[in-house]
Design a protein around this ligand. Structure first.
Ligand SMILES: [Zn+2]
Length: 417
């Protein structure tokens, strides 16, 4: 492959991605409009016509907003990579009198911080206009900015560690070498495992105040649920989401001994003990059925393919020719990252989504078995649809492509069987 062919291939795939993404958004939008008045029988008792209107208009606002945000960032990225800007940008860093490791880190950090700044107005609009209009936003401007700064800091730190590893391993040696592939892969896997281990211990406390549950009956019931299931976790904590939004959630994070269950305080406040138990049992299901491990294994396979691809990519001439630059490691790495993680993974997304949905059904089923009834989980889902204002009628293709969880309506129906 030569530079021109690669450029054409890249641009073609990118255009297809934009068309699929916007096409699915448009289909989802039209489908929602068409089914706007249809309240499914399962929800008739909890959702009135007035609330249905609100749910629909919230979802329409979100579809339009996310399409705009996506189009803006995609066109900007294309312009950056395939206009003379990319070679000017690259050459600017090459001219810095410092080792290439620091040139490379600075190269990525500048892109990271620029994207972050360009996205800030979108994020602000989302929280303080859309989310606020529908009563979800609880962020003050100060807290929102604090969270933004924390996430750019954590993101930069994590990516600096991973990037340093790549730079140190490859050096400025542009050859394909299987030992680089395996060493790079093993080191990245170790880092990913370590990161997953520390998420509940080091990462979550940066963004949330985690506290032991205060409701003693609930705590006792949850402990009883854990001993019956035999799942060992580091702890179960409430997180102060109420300072940021009214969205409720329950999740399990960490691996091995760091496995932790997090319940948002918004969930603890608005849902009955029975419903919270059912949702906790769902999370236990994820843990017991080895879902975290399965998803991690997939990530490990994906990383192997990525590193294999990157080593081939960095050694070839075509990526550099396509963007009009000389062989510079970090410049090639960024293009490889966009091509593989941003572009190719988009096309396999439906496979991941579909796999993830089967895991969700499994966890729901586990909750039903452990509690001896699916009714509390069903009632929590009904409440979630009403409170979270989930799209009740997503387009089936949109759902198949993106949804990592089946719609709550489908989960309610599945629990009947
Ligand atoms: Zn789940």
């Amino acid at each position: 492959m030569n530079g021109v062919q690669f450029k054409t291939f890249f641009l073609l795939l990118f255009t297809i991605k934009i068309f699929i993404k916007l096409g699915l958004d448009l289909m989802n939008y039209c489908y929602l409009k068409k089914h706007a008045a249809i309240i499914p029988a399962e929800l008739a008792t909890v959702i009135a016509t007035e609330q249905m209107h609100r749910i629909n208009s919230y979802n329409i606002a979100k579809i339009i907003f996310h399409s705009g945000r996506f189009l803006f960032s995609s066109l900007l990225l294309l312009f950056f990579l395939f206009s003379p800007l990319y070679s000017i940008y690259t050459n600017w860093f090459v001219s810095f009198p410092m080792p290439y490791l620091f040139q490379g880190l600075l190269f990525f950090f500048t892109i990271h911080i620029t994207t972050w700044i360009l996205d800030l107005p979108f994020d602000y609009f989302f929280h303080f206009r859309i989310e606020a209009r529908y009563g979800f936003n609880k962020y003050t401007r100060k807290l929102w900015l604090g969270d933004q700064l924390k996430s750019i800091f954590v993101g930069s730190l994590v990516s600096a560690v991973i990037l340093s590893l790549f730079f140190l391993l490859w050096g400025e040696n542009f050859i394909f070498n299987w030992s680089y592939v395996f060493i790079g892969w093993l080191a990245t896997v170790l880092l990913v495992v370590l990161l997953m281990y520390v998420v509940p211990i080091l990462m979550l406390p940066i963004f949330y105040q985690l506290k032991a549950l205060v409701n003693e009956t609930l705590t006792a019931n949850i402990s009883e649920l854990f001993s019956r299931s035999g799942l060992k976790v580091r702890g179960i904590f409430s997180a102060d989401e109420s300072k940021k939004s009214t969205h409720a959630n329950a999740l399990i994070t960490g691996i091995g001994r760091s496995k932790t269950i997090i319940l948002f305080d918004t969930l603890l406040e608005h849902y009955s003990d029975e419903e919270i138990l059912a949702m906790t049992a769902h999370e236990i299901g994820h843990g017991k059925k080895g879902h975290l491990f399965k998803l991690m294994s997939l990530t490990i396979i994906e990383l192997f393919l990525f590193i294999l691809f990157v080593s081939y990519f960095l050694a070839a001439d075509f990526p550099y020719q396509a963007m009009g630059i000389t062989k510079i490691l970090y410049s090639g790495l960024f293009a490889a990252y966009i091509f593989f993680f941003d572009l190719l993974t988009f096309f396999v997304q439906p496979l991941f989504s579909s796999y993830s949905r089967t895991l969700e059904y499994e966890a729901d089923d586990y909750s039903k078995q452990l509690l001896g009834s699916g009714a509390p989980l069903q009632s929590s889902f009904q409440k979630l649809i009403r409170n979270e204002m989930d799209n009740i009628n997503p387009h089936p293709w949109y759902e198949a492509y993106y949804y990592s969880h089946p719609t709550l309506l489908k989960r309610i129906q599945a629990l009947n069987h």
